[in-house]
Design a protein around this ligand. Structure first.
Ligand code: AMP
Ligand code: GLY
Length: 436
């Protein structure tokens, strides 16, 4: 079958790498893709939010499965568009409709959903532009630090952890009154700060049954020891040592089960990935966010650990037959280290030639911000490559990934040297939950 992946990051390169291994995959297309995906399939210069163009491409190229990588086309309703067009309605597509994607595209919707279905999360209140005074008063009555979140999609910048009341008040004003994130901050969720270690858990569902994918921990800050501004992710490891059977059972019983059940009760026909951003508060998992897609760079460690045929899983999710598909996980540890352009997440140069990509390696080099230029691969974004390696423990995987990084060069390349370090002292006792 012909398969189309939408997106252009490391996540989509990892999708393409895994999907292209399936004997069921004939022609693979990636729109728009990057220099890495061009080696596995055909890059198509279509924007993932240009729905009519995508629809026409699907029909004209006999595409039998569409896999949506990023959140924006989901939030804008790509599934709804497919459902409305008679010639696309029957094409399997992995990704929820606009309403399901609201778990990610509206923090207030997600909080109300969790409240209704008693899913553990931080205490909160939501304020709109007419409620500035109430919001300011609420903040004063809460403990510090306090978390303010723009309701809508804000490219990962809409969450501010405030250490003082003055700061929180100013941020609330900026978001509500000065429309700092435009319509996305027309409502603001003010939330209790949760203290603990974060973990990302991924679920693939057809709306009825689900599979729990390997868990991962990502590293968001640009600087070592989690300092400096937030980025789109500087590295990830999988599995996460504290996500043992007991913890994962709690995640399944208290969070995953009620989430799937809640979506069903709401009449939301959810097909696709659910990414649970969790925090482990003294052994109890709590949700800090839902995303309606896979994570990046988590996919670059999660997908390599799935040994089952990915097309079977994706088609199962897209056609309501996921209960008939088995998921097998590689017990080894994986890590990925992201190499970024110097200056990222601020301004950076593009078009720099990347050297060393041809050096033989057992590890995986996933491309994100790269493009082909004449005979070379050049940088084309802030996050450029993610180097994934396996090991019998986290340390071995990290040593292998950093070994490969030494062979890769471009001017001003930067990467964190402490990915996974905080987990090295945990006993390696992970046994992830299985949902079969
Ligand atoms: P989000 O965009 O919701 O993923 O939030 C970005 C980051 O802010 C998260 O990855 C957490 O590190 C942090 N964060 C969000 N909500 C909370 C919370 N209630 N308590 C503590 N940290 C939080
Ligand atoms: N790694 C976090 C995200 O993809 O949003």
């Amino acid at each position: 079958m012909n398969i189309l992946i939408l997106g252009s990051g490391g996540r989509e390169h990892a999708f393409a790498w895994k999907i292209s291994q399936s004997p069921r995959c004939q022609k693979l297309f990636i729109a728009p893709g990057n220099a890495g995906t061009s080696k596995l399939g055909k890059n198509i210069p279509i924007d993932p939010t240009s729905f009519p163009e995508i629809g026409d491409f699907v029909v004209n190229n006999n595409v039998g499965l569409v896999v949506v990588g990023p959140e924006v086309p989901l939030a804008q309703g790509i599934r709804d568009y497919f459902d409305q067009r008679a010639d696309l309605r029957s094409i399997p597509l992995v990704g929820p409709g606009k309403i399901g994607a609201r778990l990610e595209s509206s923090k207030d919707f997600a909080k109300q959903f969790m409240e209704k279905y008693e899913i553990p999360t931080a205490g909160y209140a939501t304020f709109d532009q007419t409620q500035l005074a109430e919001g300011l008063e609420y903040i004063r009555g809460e403990q510090l630090p306090i978390v303010l979140k723009a309701d809508g999609l804000a490219a990962g910048k809409g969450v501010v952890i405030c250490e003082t009341y003055q700061e929180a008040e100013q941020v609330l004003r900026e978001m509500l009154v000065d429309s700092k994130f435009g319509q996305a901050s027309a409502k603001v969720v003010v939330e209790e700060f949760l203290q603990g270690i974060e973990i990302s858990v991924f679920v693939l569902t057809d709306g009825q049954s689900y599979k729990i994918l390997p868990s991962a921990k990502d590293y968001k800050r640009i600087g070592e020891n989690d300092t400096g501004p937030n980025t789109g992710g500087m590295g990830a490891v999988s599995p996460v040592p504290f996500a043992d059977r007991e913890f994962m059972q709690k995640v399944e019983d208290k969070i995953i089960g009620p989430t799937i059940e809640g979506l069903r009760k709401e009449g939301i026909d959810y097909c696709g990935f659910i990414f649970l951003g969790l925090i482990n508060v003294k052994g109890e998992p709590k949700v800090i966010e839902y995303n309606a897609r896979m994570g990046d760079p988590e996919t670059q460690v999660v997908f390599p650990r799935i040994t089952s045929d990915m097309v079977d899983l994706l088609l199962g999710a897209a056609t309501g037959s996921l209960d008939q598909v088995d998921i097998q996980i590689d017990p080894r540890n994986a890590c990925t280290v992201v190499m970024v352009s110097g200056g990222y997440p601020g301004s950076y140069q593009k078009g720099l030639v990347i050297e060393g990509l041809e050096t033989p390696t057992d590890n995986l080099i996933f491309h994100a911000g790269t493009t082909d230029k004449e005979e070379s691969v050049v940088t084309n974004g802030g996050r450029v490559l993610a180097i994934t390696a396996f090991g019998n423990d986290t340390k071995q995987a990290l040593d292998a990934a950093y070994g490969t990084i030494k062979d890769i060069h471009w001017d001003h390349a930067y990467y964190r040297k402490d990915i996974g370090k905080d987990l090295l002292s945990w006993p390696n006792k992970t046994l992830e939950a299985s949902t079969d």
